[in-house]
Design a protein around this ligand. Sequence first.
Ligand code: HEM
Length: 480
Amino acid sequence: MVIVTQRKMAVPTSLIFPTLIIGAATFWILMKLMKRPQKCPPGPWGVPVFGCMPRFLFTNKRLRDVFKGWFYKYGPIYSLKMGSAYIVVLNNIESIHDAFTRPEFQDRPRLDFSLARKGEGVSISNGKVWQEQRKFVHQIFRNFGVGKASFEDAIVEETTFLTDALLQSDGKVVNIEHLLKSAVSNVISSVTIGQRFQYNDEYFQNVLAKIHDMLEHSMIASQLSLFLPFIKYIPFSSSAKIVDSMKTLINFHDKVTTEHKAKFDVENMKDIMDAYLFEIKKGNDVFNEDNMYWVINDLFIGSTDTITTTLMWVFLFLLNNPDVEKKVRAQLNEVVGRNRMPRYSDRPKLPLVEAIISESLRLGTMSALSLPHVAATDSELRGYDIPKGTLIIPNFHAMFTDESKWDEPEKFYPERFLDENGNYVKRDDFIPFGIGVVVSVSGSSLQGWRSSSSLHTYCKKCPSRFLTGVGCPQLKDSMV
Ligand code: HEM
């Protein structure tokens, strides 16, 4: 017979005190990590260290839908913890307007991919550097380009190349993403560095691929490092991949800069890089080659995927709504005709084009959660305390699909932007490019212009025979 005796483990008295200290310290750290400010907006609870992050691991919902669900549950301003970051999400026009018209909410958090090269540019800079670079870029956009490098001419010229490329596919199924992305990048390339590239130019395609990689990684994991700062020390993390992708961009940029410096002529400035080199020569300390690198990069990165994706949405919505396609085709034929491209001055006479672009931006919501900002000081927003360092995220997706503001928000219905006389109606709560000072440098004009030219190309040259035999792509399969 086996007799089992239970033995009680006695904790030596010498260990009791250190155990208590460690326990208390761990408790204190956990409480500190989970603590929210005194008067904080309501919001979902998270677990210590990771906050709400695990919720995203155990759901097949898209991030934007989880954020929208919290809007319905907690109201227009809610807060959450993601790792070490405390985040306040703004879901209506009132709170977004209040926040982003105040200087304390205009700063940008530091993103890891800025480690790849010194300098700041527009989209990741703060303070004087941001103000001056932004003034420079705005000036150029207001003048629609620099010297001969006019946006309008570049768009019209590129649209002709795009049309030819589309027609070459005669009768075959084409994936327009590659062509559109190349065309959009060529427009920005023409005005920034005075060059366009063949759509099959391997070197340029590699640069575009790296821009895309960088965007993808910075969206996913470089932003993760905002929440888990230690992640950047993990080998093969996306921060490392971003830095790697950036090497190609840096080489490309350095080559172009050397050529521009060699040919610089103040009497004959050809593009944005020339205009920037001129600012450097004037001696303003925030204009230097590192910041120039980032400004040009910001323009490439800010435009390529945003405009390409918007155009893809426009085409997809039209393919799924042939009645709207028919009407816009008729409007473009009547106002512009078949022998020329639309010019900027045609815009007021093309309200349906404008409405289709707005509706595609609303329903496609290119910038669902926009770009994050950070509170520069301890402040207050609509009765809530916002401590310094809080990340502020505007939730455009929730705003643009809020059932209390939009009739049947999931439906593509461009007429919601038209009045009874068919004129375009601007809505104050529709701000796909941001608001106040923190608005995309493109403003709405350039992107609308780009879209209307491409739409015109499509309507003029590309009947729906593209779809013969393959059926129409379905929207439900495509919502990102
Ligand atoms: C469909 C087209 C576009 C959409 C929906 C869009 C949307 C946005 C949004 C929401 C922001 C963030 C504003 C904020 O700070 O809160 C932004 C910033 C920015 N966008 Fe765009 N954008 C578009 C096209 C473009 C184009 C064509 C360019 C350049 C040629 C561009 C360059 C930038 C830059 C440089 C920033 C950073 C501005 C700053 O931090 O001051 N974007 N964009």
